[in-house]
Design a protein around this ligand. Structure first.
Ligand code: OAD
Ligand code: ZN
Length: 246
C-alpha cells in the first residue's frame, strides 16, 4: 500500500526533511489539539489556553493545564512511529526532523537532532525576560528568581514568534530537501504548515501520513491514509531492505 515512487524517492534522497505534529504522539496516549479532548479539560478549548493573553488573565489555570500535560507525557512512552523516525536517521544521508510537538518523545525514541519548533513542555521560562527558570514543581505559579515576574511554560503560544534558530534551520531544510514527510499534523498552523509547501515549491517529493487527509493533501505528491505508528515502520522496513540490497 506504500507508493513505490515514494520509497524510490527516499532511497535516492540526499536530504530528507520530516515535520511531525500531535498525531505522531496520539498512539502514545497523548491527546491531539483539534480532536476530541477527554476528561478534566473537555470544557476548555486548548487553543484558548495557549496564548499570552490567557496566561495574563489566569496564570494558575494555564499552569494547571500544562502540569496536566506534563503528567500525561511523563507517563507516556514513544511509539513505533517515533522509533521508525529515529531509525530513518541512520538510513538516509541527511535527515532534518522538525516537530511541532513539545513532548520530547522524538529524543526519547533516539532521534539525535530534533528542531523543536514550538518549544518544550518541560522548560520553564520567565514571562518577561524569556530566560530559563529552575522552578519548584509545586508552585501554583512559579516566579523568576532574577526579576520576580511570573514564569511560564517554555512553549510557543499563539501570537508568538517561532525562535529564530528553529525557524531558520527548518526553512533552510525545507528548501534543500529532496523528500519532505508531513506526519500527524492537521497542516493548519503556520508557519509550520508552510514548510511542506516550501519544500514542494523547491522541487521536493512531498508526502503526508495521516489517517484523515488534510486540506493540503491534494497539493502533495502522496497522501498515505494511515496511522504513523503503522505506516512509518513499514516505510522504514522497505527502505532498510532496499538499502541492504543495494
Ligand atoms: P492537530 O491536533 O491539529 O492535528 C493532529 C493531526 O493528527 C490530525 O490531522 C489527525 O488526523 C492526525 N492523527 C491522529 N492520529 C494519528 C496517527 N495515529 N497517526 C498520524 N496522524 C494522526 O495537531 P497539530 O497539527 O500538531 O501549537 O497542531 C499544530 C499546532 O497547533 C500544535 O503544535 C500546537 C497547536 O495549537 C502550539 O501550541 C503553538
Ligand atoms: Zn525574569
Amino acid at each position: 500500500m506504500l507508493p513505490e515512487a515514494l520509497t524510490r524517492a527516499l532511497r535516492e534522497a540526499r536530504h530528507v526533511c520530516v515535520l511531525t505534529g500531535a498525531g505522531i504522539s496520539a498512539e502514545s496516549g497523548i491527546p491531539t489539539f483539534r480532536e476530541a479532548q477527554t476528561g478534566l479539560w473537555e470544557n476548555y478549548d486548548p487553543l484558548d489556553l495557549a496564548t499570552p493573553e490567557a496566561f495574563l488573565r489566569d496564570p494558575a489555570l494555564v499552569w494547571r493545564w500544562y502540569r496536566w500535560r506534563r503528567e500525561i507525557v511523563a507517563g507516556a512512552q514513544p511509539n513505533p512511529g517515533h522509533t521508525a523516525l529515529a531509525d530513518l536517521e541512520g538510513l538516509v544521508p541527511k535527515l532534518t526532523l522538525v516537530t511541532q510537538n513539545v513532548d520530547g518523545l522524538h529524543a526519547r525514541a533516539g532521534s539525535r537532532t530534533v528542531i523543536e519548533f514550538h518549544g518544550n513542555l518541560f522548560a520553564t521560562r520567565c514571562f518577561v525576560e524569556g530566560c530559563i527558570v529552575n522552578a519548584a514543581e509545586d508552585d501554583a505559579v512559579p516566579t523568576c528568581p532574577a526579576c520576580g515576574s511570573h514564569a511560564r511554560p517554555g512553549v510557543v503560544w499563539f501570537g508568538e514568534a517561532i525562535p529564530a534558530p528553529a525557524l531558520d534551520q527548518s526553512f533552510a531544510a525545507a528548501r534543500d530537501c529532496d523528500v519532505f514527510l508531513s506526519i500527524g499534523t492537521s497542516s493548519l498552523v503556520y508557519p509550520a504548515a508552510g514548510l511542506a509547501e516550501l519544500a514542494k515549491n523547491h522541487g521536493a517529493v512531498v508526502a503526508e501520513i495521516n489517517p484523515n487527509p488534510t486540506g493540503l493533501a491534494a497539493y502533495f505528491d502522496h497522501a498515505i491514509p494511515g496511522n504513523a505508528g503503522k505506516v512509518l515502520p513499514e516505510l522504514v522496513a522497505q527502505l532498510g531492505d532496499r538499502q541492504s540490497r543495494r
